[in-house]
Design a protein around this ligand. Structure first.
Ligand code: GAL
Length: 751
């Protein structure tokens, strides 16, 4: 038999309560509901909810027929992540318990299955979502919520009795004229007889064209034992590198042969690339220096907790790269969805991935689980070309020589091709890693903008002012927040020994009661719905204007709410005469007030000598910027071409309802989702940050609304999600703002 993998995201029954008798029993009574994965076990609003909401035990249950033609094959359940302790029962018997919610795990359920093909089996998973002080990241309060449930995917994997596992592909000489692929894998022989055969390595491009195949190498695995195999392809011609603007990938396939017959095969996508943190400091991608500019990402979403399906995970990668202009993301503070990482590979976004934790280190048992997390993270993700660095410390924990000697050794053994990092607070700590990765909140303008690296290679893994940068904040707060990010990025670009800087953070995120005002931490460049705030423009404007022209004024164009930076006095100013700050990647900026050209400006290169695209400071516009309130019109030029514009009206009667769906079509799999963003804007698209308009959302067709209706906008914007049903069809979404007498209709397909 050949291996097969089938998604198990459908047909689960869910009971939001503990009941030991449930492991084998039939789901009876109204308390059980039908759910699909990913699934957050407790319903959530967008904000104002305690982490305690998720602290309970629930059960998931489904039927599973015994696969036909199994013979001496093995059957695995593969879970991508279950929060926080999963006890997997099959036909009433406990098959496996996994502790820890951020790495996936597999359960060999073969001994628990009824043998007859097609026989009914019951899989029941007891999910304990409570914070367990003996499991990372728990042990103390922390600045994120863990949520709960079977919040990622699950699948059924059927393999022959002697099968392949743990494929790891390396490209040791990616920059050489002729390339090499090294593949290692484990042969697991679960049969009662020794196995003898051969294995070969095949290489394909993404159009399935076979590029090379190795000669078969003989191998043997004893009965009940394993064997490691290593296969090589050498002298490969015409290989294209995995580059950020052209991230070419290839497919490696290892085939296990019984004579000439294929006994089993495993494959993975990978890329040819060389990522080096040099001794002197600079980071090199494929031999060329690249300053790393990025943001931290938490995996949480309104209403969904961490249970966002593939499409939403993938979209976050797109937002980071295309809307925020990042070339790197840190998966703060745990391994994230495989779908997110796949998309990073696909679009060319580098990743610094780290183990679960937040400043606390537990006892020996806790540390053993953290080492297990290092191992599972690396085994899962070491074929991703996007991943360039392993975080093997608990974020911002104290030094622990023995513990971190262990995590580093483990990472180097499991993946000799990538360096280790491990995030500490500040610059005083023992370096056991290959790269000194440090959070830098030391910003003290103007003399000391960033810490001096104590050693190289050195990467800043968090920075930024921890002020409440909600869209509703006063402009003085928001402009200052954005300016500090710009200053630190400038310092990073200008420091030859700093490899890069990853700001705190990409998206507002849900956190525990003790640290938040409303369960949401407000220092994202985008809000929790992923709608951009002012800070986003600092990052986005570092993009090449040929990729995307960006022009975003740090103003609401209201006399009562104006702040800016005065370059002459080198200080922030609030008030009606504060100079206008504009974040843009244009070469020149023209400012028109009431249709009259009031000035032409160039980027503030003297203050930001290193930033690819410094902000503009529009001085000399005068008090109130004019004799009366008139329209502001900003025009951005590259060469002589107008590439970007922004306008602000001179009235307060904004009544436009902007509505957009991220995707025109979803898959009819009961789990796929897209985002519907609703904002109250003026006629030029500027979000009305203090709007409290209420909207009604109606969904007609085979899709479900995830989120409330009526829905109150938060800072002028809110989003809900639409989840596909199981049947194809057309969906009409109607959004109404009764106050404005406005109705908008959008169409979508479920296919
Ligand atoms: C850092 C921490 C982050 C986040 C940030 C802002 O110290 O590493 O996880 O909590 O502060 O609060």
């Amino acid at each position: 038999m050949l291996r097969s993998v089938t998604s198990l995201h459908r047909d689960w029954s869910f009971l939001p309560a503990d009941d030991a008798a449930r492991a084998g029993a039939r789901p009876r009574g109204r308390a059980w509901t039908a759910v699909t994965l990913p699934h957050q076990h407790a319903p959530l609003p967008a904000n104002y909810f305690s982490e305690r909401r998720s602290q309970f035990v629930s059960w998931y249950r489904r039927h599973l027929p015994t696969p036909a033609g199994l013979g001496d094959g093995r059957v695995f359940l593969d879970f991508d992540g279950v929060m926080m302790v999963a006890a997997v029962h099959v036909n009433g018997r406990l098959a496996f318990t996994h502790r820890g919610g951020y790495v996936g795990f597999s359960v060999d359920i073969t001994p628990f299955l009824r043998r007859r093909a097609g026989a009914d089996n019951v899989v029941a998973v007891r999910v304990d979502a409570r914070l367990h002080a003996d499991i990372p990241p728990c042990g103390r309060v922390m600045d994120y919520q863990t949520f709960g449930g079977m919040y990622r995917g699950a699948s059924l994997r059927v393999v022959p009795g002697c099968y392949l596992d743990e494929l790891f592909v390396r490209t040791p000489d990616a920059l050489a004229e002729r390339n090499t692929v090294l593949a290692t894998a484990t042969v697991r022989n679960t049969r009662a007889a020794d196995w003898r055969g051969a294995a070969r390595l095949e290489l394909y491009d993404l159009k399935d064209k076979r590029i090379a195949v190795s000669a078969p190498v003989s191998c043997a695995a004893p009965a009940g034992g394993t064997a490691e195999i290593a296969l090589t392809l050498e002298g490969l011609d015409g290989i294209q590198l995995w580059e950020l603007d052209d991230p070419r990938r290839y497919r490696a396939r290892v085939v296990l042969l019984d004579g000439r017959r294929t006994a089993d095969a495993v494959e993975t996508l990978f890329g040819f690339r060389e990522a080096v943190f040099t001794r002197e400091g600079p980071f090199l991608l494929n031999g060329r220096p690249l300053k790393l500019i990025g943001l931290n990402r938490h995996q949480t979403y309104p209403y969904l907790g961490a249970a966002a399906p593939a499409r939403l995970q993938r979209r976050d990668a797109d937002i980071l790269k295309y809307e925020l202009g990042c070339n790197i993301v840190r998966t703060s503070h745990y391994p994230q969805s495989p779908h997110f990482l796949d998309r990073c590979d696909e679009i060319g976004l580098l990743v610094f991935e780290e183990i679960p934790g937040w400043s606390f280190i537990g006892d020996e048992g806790w540390k053993a689980l953290a080492c297990r997390d290092v191992e599972m993270m690396i085994r899962r993700d070491r074929n991703h070309p996007s991943v360039i660095l392993w975080g093997v410390r608990i974020n911002e924990s104290a030094d622990d020589h023995d513990f971190y000697t262990r995590t580093n050794a483990l990472a180097r053994e499991l993946d000799p091709s990538r360096p280790t990092g491990g995030v500490r607070w500040g610059v005083n700590s023992e370096l056991l890693e290959d790269v000194f990765t440090a959070n830098d909140y030391a910003y003290r303008p103007p003399e000391q903008t960033i810490n001096e690296p104590p050693v190289t290679p050195y990467l800043i893994t968090e920075f930024g002012p921890l002020t409440d940068a909600r869209r509703t904040a006063h402009s003085a707060v928001l402009v200052n927040f954005a300016m500090v990010h710009a200053e630190i990025l400038n310092a990073m670009y200008g420091h030859p020994r700093v490899a890069g800087a990853i700001g705190w953070c990409a998206f507002d995120y849900h956190s525990q009661d003790w640290v938040t005002v409303d369960s949401i931490q407000p220092w994202g460049m985008c809000d929790v719905f992923r709608a951009p705030k002012l800070g986003a423009a600092v990052y986005a404007s570092q993009l090449d204007p040929a990729v995307r022209p960006v022009l975003r004024a740090a103003t609401r164009w209201k006399v009562g709410d104006q702040a800016g930076f005065d370059p002459n006095e080198a200080t922030m100013k609030a008030g009606h005469d504060a100079p206008l700050v504009v974040f843009s990647n244009c070469e020149r900026l023209r400012v028109y007030i009431g249709g009259e050209l009031r000035g032409e400006y160039t980027p503030a290169r003297d203050r930001f000598p290193y930033l690819p695209h410094p902000p503009f400071f529009c001085t000399g516009l005068g008090t109130l910027w004019g004799p009366s309130w008139q329209e502001l019109h900003l025009v951005g030029l590259v060469g002589d071409a107008v590439v970007a514009e922004q306008r602000f009206p001179a009235h307060n009667d904004a009544r436009t309802l902007a509505v957009s769906l991220d995707d025109p079509a979803l898959r009819a799999d009961g789990a796929d989702m897209t985002r519907l963003v609703i904002s109250h804007t003026d006629e030029y698209g500027n979000v009305q940050a203090h709007s409290r308009a209420a909207v009604l959302v109606d969904v007609d067709g085979p899709a479900t609304l995830i989120g409330p209706s009526p829905l109150a906008l938060a800072g002028g914007v809110a989003a809900v999600y639409l989840r596909a049903g199981d049947t194809p069809g057309r969906v009409t979404v109607t959004v109404r703002a009764p106050e404005f007498g406005v109705e908008r209709r959008l169409k979508m397909k479920i296919e």
